[in-house]
Design a protein around this ligand. Structure first.
Ligand code: TUI
Length: 312
């Protein structure tokens, strides 16, 4: 399954793992890379030295390419941006902002840069400042999201840039992956399904919540604050949405989500925590290894669209 994305990154299959805060640590990243995709460590809001340690641990487990995701709203994004260069990380993905300020440093160091974008405008800006590819992430995705759906965003980004486009948001099987190709993407980024794989260290309660979730079980909090976040509905999302409707202050709302992702991922508190997941959670039915999942995605996609020249 050779595409411009597999060539660019030196990987076997054009499947990259989402940079999920707290979830995307070295066991998962190494598992995805060893299975022929691109594993990602999420720096999120973690201390920079934790990120360095995670990078070194991935290198011990695999010789294959991997990446680090930098959450641009984080206070220590710059420190992590430098660590990526020092540790010779082959690929960086970014989220929740524009990585323009780090681009020159990364390009000079030979780091491949793949910003995650939720709009055509940002995709164009990223191409202009030297991005190697973009992930076009639809609002179906989990976590911090934009407004456009994947169906709408991907073909418009494909038309607007000449660099390869990787589709994200709502993809969890070969049908979604084949659809992404038909829309013009040359790879996919998958988050929600990787939450429940065997290599994922996420608390069992979180995995079970994703596996049990139905199509209508996610909610978007924070639309009024300008930071919309998709998570599975629970006591926290219910209270948050009620308070948002009542016009609560930013401080009041933040109290509800403070440390919420850690609560869910580490402590397994899926009632008060933030159980971030995409709308496609309804399609995620069982826990399997990274290898099994990637093999399943590739064989399903091949059966649908293999051999017709779309993977070029
Ligand atoms: O970044 C994501 N998903 C995320 S980040 C995140 S961290 C977090 N943790 C706890 C609470 C809240 C957030 C969780 N999920 N996806 C990529 C993405 N980027 N989606 C949307 C965007 C985006 C939005 C606006 C990128 C740029 C942007 O504007 C930038 C500009 O300057 O125009």
């Amino acid at each position: 399954m050779k595409t411009k994305v597999t060539e660019l990154l030196g990987i076997e299959y054009p499947i990259i793992q989402g940079g999920m805060s707290w979830v995307a640590e070295y066991h998962l990243a190494a598992g995805v890379s060893e299975a022929g995709g691109l594993g990602i460590i999420a720096a999120a809001n973690a201390p920079a030295e934790w990120v360095r340690d995670q990078i070194q641990k991935v290198k011990e487990l695999t010789d294959k390419p991997f990446g680090v995701n930098i959450m641009l709203m984080s206070d220590n994004a710059e420190e992590v941006a430098k660590i990526v260069v020092e540790e010779k990380v082959p690929v960086v993905t970014t989220g929740a902002g524009s990585p323009e300020r780090f681009m020159k440093m990364w390009k000079e160091a030979g780091v491949k840069v793949i910003p995650v974008v939720a709009s055509v405008a940002l995709a164009k800006r990223m191409e202009r400042c030297g991005a190697d590819a973009v992930v076009a992430e639809g609002t179906e995705a989990g976590g911090h999201i934009g407004e456009n759906t994947t169906m709408v965003l991907v073909p418009q980004v494909v038309d607007a840039v000449t660099i390869p486009v990787i589709a994200a948001g709502g993809i969890a099987d070969g049908r979604g992956m084949a659809a992404a190709y038909v829309l013009g993407a040359q790879g996919v980024q998958i988050g929600t399904y990787f939450v429940v794989v065997k290599e994922s260290i996420v608390h069992e309660n979180y995995k079970n919540a994703v596996i049990k979730a139905k199509d209508i079980d996610s909610r978007v909090t924070g639309r009024t604050t300008g930071h919309p976040v998709r998570a599975l509905r629970n006591q926290m999302t219910k209270m948050y949405l009620e308070k948002e409707k009542e016009g609560a202050t930013l401080e009041e709302l933040e109290l509800l989500t403070l440390g919420g992702l850690r609560k869910a991922v580490v402590d397994g508190d899926v009632i008060n925590g933030s159980v971030m997941a995409g709308q496609i959670a309804g399609l995620v039915k069982e826990e399997m290894s990274c290898k099994e999942l990637i093999r399943k995605l590739v064989s399903e996609t091949d059966a649908l669209i293999g051999g017709n020249g779309l993977y070029e």
